[in-house]
Design a protein. Sequence first.
Length: 305
Amino acid sequence: MPFQQGSARTRQRTVLLVGIVVLLAALIIAVVLASILTHGKEEASPQMLKWKDRGTTKNLQEVILGRCYSYVMARFPELGDKDCLKIWESLKHAFIYKNPCNITSEDYQPLMELGSHPIPCNKSLFWSKTNDLVHRYTKSDQNFLTLEDTLLGYMADRVSWCGDPSAPGINYESCPKRSECESNPSSVFWKMASKMFAEAACGEVQVMLNGSIEAGAFRNSSIFGSIEIFNLNPDKVSAVHIWVMHDIGGPQSESCSGHSIKRLKYILEERNFKITCEDNYRPVQLLQCVNSPDHTDCRLCTNTT
C-alpha cells in the first residue's frame, strides 16, 4: 500500500513538473516572439529619425474638411455630391500608422477616385517654378485652372502630413523630404494628382515657366517635365501654349529660343502636339506690373517716335 501511494505521488509530481515545463516553454516562446516583433517595429519605425521637412499640419482633419466643404459647397456647388468625410478618411488611411518612406500609389488610389472631377477643356494651366505668379493669375482670371485649383490640389496645397508606425500614428514633428526618400506621403500624392490632372486635360493647354532661372526654364526632373508632359493625351489636347515669364527687373536667363525650351518643344513634337511659345505673356506680365508699375518692363510701348 505505501508503495502504491508513493507511486501516485511520483506521478503527480511528474505531471506537475511537465505542466510547469510546458508553461515555462510557452512563456519563453511568447517573450521571444514579442522581442522579434518589437525589434521589427523599431527597425521599420522612423521614430528615432529626425526628418528634414516640417511635420504634419496641426488640426489636419479640420483643415482638410474645411477646405473640402468650402470647395464643393461655395466655389463649385456642382460638385456638392462629393463626400468630404469619406475623402478625409481615405486620406488618413493612406498614411496613418505607416512608415513615411514606404507609401505607394495603391495607398492613395481610393482618394484619387473620390476626389476626381472633370476639368473643362481649354482651362488646364501647368507650371514649373512659377508657383506664386501662376496662382495670382488664376485668382484674377477664372478661365484657367492649375492643379491647386482642383479639389484634391486645393485641399492639399501647402499642407503637410506623414505617419509613424508608433502611436498616435501621425508624426507632427517632422516629415521626410523627397531627397530623403522618394516614396514619402507628399511626393506620392502630388505625383498621382499631377498625373490625373494631366490625363484630364483637353483642348488647348497652357504651361507657365520661369525664364529668370539660371538653370533653365524647363527641367526634365520637375513634375511637369517628368510626369505631366507624358500624361497629356495627344488625342484630347489640340495645342500646348508655352509662356516663358521673366521677373520684373530680373534676369532674362532664357527665352522661347533657349536650350531648355527647345528640348521641351522637341518632346512635345515627338508626341505630336502643336506648340506655340510666347515670352512674357502680356496678361500675366500686367499682373506682375501691379507691384512695379513704373518699371521699364511695364511700359505699354517701348518704342518712342
